[in-house]
Design a protein around this ligand. Sequence first.
Ligand code: FES
Length: 101
Amino acid sequence: MTEFETVARLDELEPGSLACARVGDEDVALARIGDEVYALQGHCIHLQGPLCEGRLDGHVLSCPWHGWQYDVRTGENEFDRAIKLETYPVQIEDGEVKVAI
Ligand code: FES
């Protein structure tokens, strides 16, 4: 069964911002867009850049190291859709953001 773990409070995440989280042994990047939160693997597929320290423009996350870009809704690389980050299910309950790995 999938277990959801609380990683943040929704009101701690500014709309349009990224945040770092850890679920079990995994680094996770959180992206808040409006009232939705997306969770993705924390490290870039290129050279493991820390994605939660990148930039979010709309639904596009740019890696802080060399600028690879991903759609946070799907994890797909913007230039080559065959390259894809892991995405994780998110639940928001009572103002808490929960992620399952
Ligand atoms: S490590 Fe992310 S673009 Fe190079």
